[in-house]
Design a protein around this ligand. Sequence first.
Ligand SMILES: [Zn+2]
Length: 260
Amino acid sequence: MLSLKEDFLKNKIREGGEKMKLEEIKRLEGIEKEREIRKITDIGYRKEDYIEIFEICDAFWMYRGKGPHALLTSGKHSDGYIDVSQVLRFPNLRDALTQRAIEEVLFPVTGSKVEIDYVVSSSMAAIAAGDGVATYFRATFVYCEKANGIQKLKRFEIPDGAKILQVEELITTMKTTRQVTNAIIEKNKSVEFVKDENGKIVVLTLVHRPEKLPIEYPDYRILPLVELEIHNWDAKNCPLCKAGSRALKPKENRNLFFKI
Ligand SMILES: [Zn+2]
């Protein structure tokens, strides 16, 4: 199965022909930029390469000493902003990045023979990532969705004995991840989660962005393709405000955050 997938990806690269340099793609605008982004699959294997893909897709921004900083939905101020959906909306990038996460990050922990019947994610943004991972394993994909603000497995059943891999697109705190585990167990206690050698539940994610790294969780093993610290502050204690930077909502001020 692995070699099939590799051939598939190589063919896709060949079909795309000569790739525009990534720096040139960044300078494009509108549909031209989208067309070029859709062709990208031959990316490097370093964290920096993945972050560059995120930047080209307007999915990642980090405060670099000037300009505004991010006002989050929670009301907190932040020096970073990540919206993985902006990458996952390109199916070829979704396939390439989920494949990388599986082969580069998951397999070293679980081995490539890991048995997976069900992939389960939260909703909404994680659905594309979970679907990509399930496609790779030819597994079944189901997702939780919010009921009264909590992730629940509303529209799917999971049979006894099913081997489950949890997948997220982005993990900041463990709140959503824990809700998904609980939602699965609430539906069926007789399932088996993919675990690491210490018995911790494995969660595969494209991005892990806690406030402080390194971080260990007592009951989970987070396996991220990209991991980085992003800091949040209450408005009154924000050092970036004190330094004269304005706090703005990235989604409403895309041109200020994502211009070259
Ligand atoms: Zn601030």
